[in-house]
Ligand binder design. Sequence first.
Ligand SMILES: Cc1ncc(COP(=O)(O)O)c(C=O)c1O
Length: 342
Amino acid sequence: MIDLFSDTVTRPTPAMRAAMARAEVGDEQRGEDPTTRRLEERAAELLSQETATFLPSATMANAIAIQLFCGPGDEVLSAENGHVLNYEAGGAAVHARASVRSIPTWTGVFGKNAVLQRLRHDTPHAPRPRLVVVENTTNAGGGRPWPVEECDDVLKAAQQNGLRVHLDGSRLFNASVALGLPMQRLGQGFDSVTLCLSKGLGCPVGALLAHRRELTAPVRRLKQLMGGAMRQSGILSAAGLYALEHHLERLAEDHRNAQALFEGLDGLPQLVVEKIPLRTNMVYFEVPDRYSPDRLEQELLSEGVRVSRVHSRRFRAVTHLDIDSAGIDQALKVFRLVCSRL
Ligand SMILES: Cc1ncc(COP(=O)(O)O)c(C=O)c1O
């Protein structure tokens, strides 16, 4: 199976498993796991943030960030297709009793004016805007990295008006590689940053929330509250440390594979393939009305290619560690065959 469903399907390599087996461990809940502590320090250093906390998932990292900065009646601003708004089970409302106001943008990127226009007067009637969430790369926006200037402008406009800014950098490594900019540059200035280790990097589990040192106690409390505190998590953190050392530069290969996939699919008359200015590891495409998306999905599967169906006619294919260029060639062969039969 050529599995282009998501970059979350990657499995630990033998070398990563060996690093996991060798990991020094302790009771993480008590702050005694040395490997987890090393990973937290490494992540903070990578992002120019003061410290970081290891967590089971990026969803939990985003949920903790929202709870840090928002309470009942507060408002979170998010791109309308943002992960926090659409795929985290309404977490802002459940955990923080905050509402989420969506910013119209199909790219997932928005400008400072989108933030400025959503500031509100402090009256008893209005929710209080407290937090802006920036997602980089934007998943539903095509795996698109934010242009840095636009991101800087949003950060500045929000913070000058008393809003906090959380970076959902679940795929910030992809943005850094595609833009050719260090992680420090992309993570600096944010009030908190989510990094995910289980997207494209081969780790089985794990995310980090980077933040200021003064937030460590509230973050640890929320982590405990949400059931995210762990015991001998060094086994998982060792996978993370291994990935940070060995699997970051190679993301460029995933981006080249996605570009090759894009070029191959773009030539097929049965598909409308979405173009983006700077590709990372995703290719989105749509099936026009005259063709059956069910048939496309089933036939691809029966020929050994899995993609994800994000809406009735919109599909996503994601390249990652477990797919090489031969896999892309084979996937394109299957696409050509299946499309010719539609
Ligand atoms: C942009 C973004 N943020 C957060 C998450 C949440 O990650 P997880 O499902 O591993 O908790 C995802 C998952 O795909 C994502 O794409």
